[in-house]
Design a protein around this ligand. Structure first.
Ligand SMILES: [Zn+2]
Length: 196
């Protein structure tokens, strides 16, 4: 009888420890996405003339990966981005200038290996321009405030828009602290409303 109890206790300890490790692993991967310290923390992003910033500036404040993708028009490898399989609530900001671009409400798994959204927060929150590079005819998505390359948009997305905004993770920063409300097709950010 005693042996059964001891074996039971050992098994319980092993299972508990395994669950604890799993919990730690999950929470650390989530918190790492939310606790990034960037150049945006040192200034008020809404008061900066982002269009005047030079390549030297971007190279000095962004990570090499961010610079290569967001400023040089590169593409991160599929299935490697931090937000590819990340579904926390909140909004996604431009990692270069902090502008709110996409909401978690419009994020879905496209199985392409990149974070995908069926619409931006507002249609004016992303810029679109033709991209004929690599012998393909695509539509590039850029940040309208700082000109960062974000990704491309395709016509094979889900309803209600049928669009797939295929965005590089390194061009985004998830902001869990901002919830959004939708009023008559206009989306307003709560934190901006409270400033008035
Ligand atoms: Zn930007």
């Amino acid at each position: 009888m005693k042996i059964k109890i001891i074996v039971g206790l050992i098994l319980f300890s092993i299972i508990s420890f395994g669950t604890y490790q799993l919990f730690l692993g999950e929470s650390s991967s989530v918190s790492s996405a939310q606790s990034q310290v960037t150049h945006l923390d040192k200034l008020d992003p809404d008061r900066v003339d982002w269009k005047s910033k030079t390549n030297n500036y971007w190279e000095s404040v962004l990570t090499p990966k961010q610079y290569g993708v967001c400023r040089m028009g590169g593409t991160e490898l599929p299935f490697t981005g931090e937000y590819n399989r990340y579904y926390e609530k909140g909004i996604y900001r431009c990692s270069s200038c902090g502008l709110a671009l996409f909401s978690s409400d419009a994020k879905y798994n496209s199985y392409t290996g990149w974070p995908s959204f069926w619409e931006p927060i507002n249609s004016g929150d992303v810029g679109l321009r033709p991209d004929k590079s690599y012998g393909m005819s695509r539509t590039e998505v850029v940040c309208p405030r700082c000109g960062a390359h974000l990704g491309h948009v395709f016509d094979d997305g889900p309803e209600p828009t049928g669009k797939r905004y295929c965005i590089n993770s390194v061009c985004l920063l998830h902001d869990k602290g901002v919830e959004k409300v939708k009023i008559d097709n206009e989306i307003l950010i709560n934190s901006e409303l409270s400033r008035d």
